[in-house]
Ligand binder design. Structure first.
Ligand SMILES: CC(C)(COP(=O)(O)OP(=O)(O)OC[C@H]1O[C@@H](n2cnc3c(N)ncnc32)[C@H](O)[C@@H]1OP(=O)(O)O)[C@@H](O)C(=O)NCCC(=O)NCCS
Length: 416
């Protein structure tokens, strides 16, 4: 028998958690046996701690199947070989999954197959606030968006099942604790016809929003976990979801503005696109006004009409200003870049002014240590390089948003 050392054995019997998982949202019985509808997680470090690796198996397949509407869950596990060596225990995959799947799940495949039928009569929880279509005219897909609060215990039980996805697709996400306060949930479903032509609903994404208190009797809703499930991405569903959230909150006078908790780059890009398209319908964001620079009326109008917060309005201004800048006109483009640079240098200038004031007051006192300024830690050229690279990244993102505006047409066309 060949001698295999334990490191080699470890390598041979270690698999990647993301590769091993196979997720499905089952709409009809054929999906159970078809590979075409399965998809992978983006991450699983909160399940297979710490490095997403699973030890003890060769050819491991973890099946995480959900019925598309009810989200009744099946977990199955298959492998080609399991380690059997003295002192080497395989990881307990089911135990890791049980820690994160908060509701009971099925492990018997035939029983799960039988439970599929219950999905025929599934209807979404909550209040319907928006319906629309996505996709091209040959294959339109109907979406319905429902809003739910924490007062519905049946919904909360349902949401527990939907929550598992945040661990698989949002970095460092935690499950929402409904006892924490004022959460509101927006769920997007596709309304579709099954093979027997009956109407059914399948979950495609959701957002949870925390309504922060704002003095004296107002709220500042913060979008916290926004997710469109992989099979439904790149169809414009996130745009519909963000706009539905705006339409829900804008008429409410208690809402100061709407914010987003640590947006991912992908989400920020969609949000920028939505905010730009919306603001392009406002007088204050006409090309003539944008060319004259940012002004208070832009802040006021964007906040009143769409509840966009100040920082995001500034971003929208910069994107739309670039949109209307003639890139072939050197002078125009340089003026635009100069404005961007100045705005990013301003916080440093403010710190310098504070230091000057401080020195004027305490300068002659040897006991007082003057504050260290961030810019003193770097040399001028390092600072300049950092600024240039920040600007480069910002421009790449702005251009991506502008490309989408150009591709998807002017506001009004895709607004429903
Ligand atoms: C970020 C996220 C919510 C976006 O959802 P989405 O529904 O795919 O978003 P959209 O379809 O509106 O836009 C995404 C892209 O698809 C493109 N797209 C939209 N419709 C399209 C179509 N019909 N054909 C081709 N591309 C299309 C958009 O142009 C955009 O591309 P871009 O990023 O290059 O500009 C989704 O990717 C997701 O859930 N990611 C993981 C979780 C996450 O990061 N959440 C945010 C936490 S804050």
């Amino acid at each position: 028998m060949d001698f295999i050392n334990s490191d080699d054995l470890r390598k041979q019997f270690t698999v990647d958690g993301n590769d091993s998982m196979e997720i499905k949202l089952i709409r009809n019985p054929d999906d159970l046996h078809s590979d075409s509808c399965s998809f992978k997680p983006d991450m699983c470090h909160q399940i297979f701690v710490p490095d997403e690796q699973i030890f003890g198996y060769k050819g491991l397949k973890i099946k995480l199947y959900y019925t598309a509407g009810n989200l009744t869950t099946y977990v199955g596990m298959e492998y080609e070989e399991r380690i059997s060596a003295p002192g080497m225990e395989p990881d307990d995959v089911m135990k890791s999954l049980r820690k994160v799947i908060l509701t009971p799940f099925e492990t018997n495949f035939s029983e799960f197959e039988r439970l599929l039928e219950a999905d025929d009569t599934f209807r979404p929880h909550g209040e319907l606030i928006h319906s629309c279509t996505v996709g091209d005219s040959n294959n339109p897909r109907t979406l319905e968006i429902y809003v739910n609060t924490t007062s519905d215990s049946a919904f909360l039980e349902y949401y527990k099942r939907a929550q598992t996805f945040v661990l698989l697709y949002i970095d460092a996400a935690n499950y929402v604790n409904p006892d924490d306060g004022d959460w509101i949930f927006f769920l997007v479903y596709e309304k579709y016809r099954s093979v027997d032509m009956s109407v059914k609903y399948g979950l495609v994404g959701y957002a949870s929003v925390y309504e922060y208190y704002a003095y004296p009797a107002n709220i500042r809703p913060r979008m916290s976990q926004i997710l469109v499930l992989p099979p439904f991405r790149r169809m414009g569903i996130c745009v519909k979801l963000i706009n539905a959230i705006y339409q829900y909150y804008v008429p409410n006078n208690r809402v100061v503005d709407i914010t987003v908790e640590s947006p991912s780059v992908e989400f920020q890009r969609v949000r920028d696109y939505v905010d730009c398209i919306n603001c392009m319908t406002l007088d204050e964001f006409s090309s003539n006004k944008l060319r004259c620079g940012i002004n208070q009326d832009m802040f006021t109008q964007a906040k009143n009409k769409f509840k966009i917060n100040r920082k995001q309005i500034l971003r929208v201004y910069e994107i739309l200003r670039l949109y209307y800048t003639n890139l072939h006109n050197d002078k125009e483009y340089k003026a635009y870049l100069h404005e961007l640079k100045e705005r990013r240098l301003k916080p440093n200038k403010r710190v310098q002014t504070r230091k000057k004031k401080f020195m004027a007051f305490f300068g002659s006192d040897p006991e007082v240590i003057p504050p260290t300024l961030p810019e003193e830690e770097d040399s001028d050229s390092e600072e300049q390089a950092l600024l240039e690279s920040q600007l480069h990244n910002v421009l790449v993102e702005y251009e991506a948003v502008i490309n989408r505006i150009n591709k998807d047409g002017p506001p009004g066309i895709n607004q429903k």
